[in-house]
Design a protein around this ligand. Structure first.
Ligand code: TYD
Length: 139
């Protein structure tokens, strides 16, 4: 079972260039999984929240391609952490079985999510009690 300390910021390689900078990430090198899918969240109206669930299997790497937003992660024990993403050269890795949502989107924020799985509605955990019931029992 993962906890919020497993959710970590990953700094991407940076090629600084007077023509414009370049960063990249690829399967299992900069991020700890193979990418099966990418999706984008954009045109988020002020004050809106995205996410608000966990996944049984899906691992993610989230980057702010433009603008800024906060990623709030919560593990099965209820421990929480907030990370602001505001540059294209770092992102947050979130393992499976971690509750997360995104909020405080700036105008024109673009969120890229790279996922370890194809889209599967059955992989969503939308009830926090289901996640919490997965927490390790005291020995
Ligand atoms: P959802 O994952 O619920 O959004 P959020 O990240 O805010 O929780 O997805 C919203 C809708 O988009 C839902 O109808 C499912 C659909 N969807 C896909 O068809 N493919 C995808 O890869 C994703 C992420 C969502």
């Amino acid at each position: 079972m993962f906890n919020i300390s497993d959710c970590r910021v990953i700094d991407l390689p940076k090629h600084l260039d007077p023509r414009g900078n370049l960063s990249f990430f690829e399967d299992s090198n900069q991020i700890p999984f193979q990418i099966k899918r990418n999706y984008l969240i954009y045109d988020v109206p002020g004050g809106e929240t995205r996410g608000g669930h966990a996944f049984f299997k899906q691992m993610e790497f989230i980057v702010a391609l433009s603008g800024s937003f906060d990623v709030v992660v919560k593990d099965a024990t209820g421990d929480m952490k907030r990370i602001q993403l505001n540059r294209s050269y770092f992102g947050i890795y979130i393992p499976n079985l971690i509750w997360r949502h995104m909020e405080n989107f700036s105008t024109n924020a673009v969120c890229l999510v790279s996922s370890s799985t194809l889209f599967d509605p059955a992989d969503y955990i939308r009830d926090f009690d289901v996640l919490a019931s997965n927490k390790p029992t005291e020995q």
